[in-house]
Design a protein around this ligand. Structure first.
Ligand SMILES: NC(=O)c1ccc[n+]([C@@H]2O[C@H](COP(=O)([O-])OP(=O)(O)OC[C@H]3O[C@@H](n4cnc5c(N)ncnc54)[C@H](OP(=O)(O)O)[C@@H]3O)[C@@H](O)[C@H]2O)c1
Length: 306
């Protein structure tokens, strides 16, 4: 079994060492133009040339949860695409979102500014019941984040494409229930895949439906957010702030208003990183299962886009 490694922005050596140790019977190699045919490939942002030169590939293992960039390539119809499911990302996402929600709810950003001025001043406690958190997306990451927020006793709402049941979460689904979900939320967290149906979903019409003093956390993809709409709603006062990890253009350009906006917190697409050891173990398990003809989790439905 030959397995190509074609991952932009990742040093191949430590990946190959881990993969060879996990699957000694397979022949792993770093793809270069003209390389011989492989059965499977481990990819991140591969060039179109890689796909075109490897028509016999059976599986693409994407070393991330989001496959929006991969699905923009011309892929042969029978090629199966497999995303990472969790692989250590869900707990990171739970940490990131809980941190952002609690920092805003408890006004730790205000305390930080006060402490910088050596100012000892208390803020009035706020009622948790007045900070319902709505999660767009109740998949692998969204459902883990929902559980973590519920542990802190925030009211948690969730929205998915198909009906879902998550303990402690009021669940909504489908386009018909989106407005009711938004109206029930004050803090909005985006954990959707980027698809033709979800692109631009964080727009003025939807964000305006959040409860007054709304707060936006985008940890999914920059293409979900209409950046000018967010800026306008922040400046008009309908939204209290935003924590943003992903952007239409990354790295975020130096002159972008988000960097210096007093109500916006920026992080550099770091909310849930691909962890090499966990990812290698998961991919190796899945390759083993495929070769035994067993089903695997994380198969992407290319028609649906995630
Ligand atoms: N910032 C980062 O560092 C980072 C790291 C990892 C992942 N991500 C992003 O997070 C995304 C989510 O990851 P995941 O593993 O949780 O994905 P997932 O398991 O595929 O879950 C996706 C969720 O979104 C829902 N959904 C999809 N399309 C929808 C639509 N049109 N309307 C309503 N709900 C819709 C799905 O509904 P159903 O449950 O009905 O299918 C599901 O609940 C990834 O696609 C990626 O873009 C970001």
């Amino acid at each position: 079994m030959r397995i190509a490694f074609c991952c932009t922005d990742h040093k191949p050596e430590p990946w190959l060492a881990g993969l060879r140790a996990a699957l000694p019977e397979a022949d792993f190699f770093v793809w270069t133009p003209g390389a011989p045919a492989a059965d499977h490939a481990i990819v991140w942002s591969p060039p179109q040339q890689f796909i075109d030169e490897q028509p016999g590939l059976r599986t693409l293992f994407n070393i991330g949860a989001g496959v929006d960039a991969l699905l923009k390539l011309r892929l042969p119809p029978g090629l199966q695409v497999v995303r990472l499911d969790d692989a250590g990302m869900a707990v990171q996402m739970a940490e990131y979102v809980c941190h952002a929600v609690i920092r805003h709810f408890r006004e730790f950003d205000v305390y930080e500014a006060d402490a910088a001025q050596a100012r000892w001043s208390f803020r009035k406690p706020r009622a948790r019941a007045e900070f319902p958190v709505g999660l767009l997306g109740l998949g692998v990451l969204g459902s883990r984040v929902a559980q973590a927020l519920a542990q802190f006793e925030f009211p948690v709402k969730g929205w998915s494409r198909t009906p879902r049941a998550v303990d402690g979460v009021e669940c909504f689904h489908g386009a018909g229930q989106l407005d009711a979900f938004l109206a029930a939320s004050r803090v909005l967290v985006c954990l959707l895949p980027l698809t033709p149906d979800t692109a631009g979903i964080l727009n003025r019409a939807h964000l305006a439906r959040l409860q007054p003093g709304g707060y936006v956390i985008n940890v999914a993809r920059g293409g979900h957010l209409v950046e000018e709409d967010l800026l306008a709603l922040l400046d008009e006062g309908h939204l209290a702030g935003a924590t943003l990890d992903v952007f239409r253009q990354e790295p975020l350009p130096l002159e972008h208003p988000f960097w210096r906006h007093p109500k916006v917190t920026v992080t550099p697409h770091t909310s849930a990183r691909t962890l090499r050891d966990e990812s290698i173990a998961q991919i190796a398990r899945k390759i083993g299962a495929l070769s035994r003809g067993e089903p695997i989790a994380g198969l992407v439905d290319r028609g649906r886009g995630y």
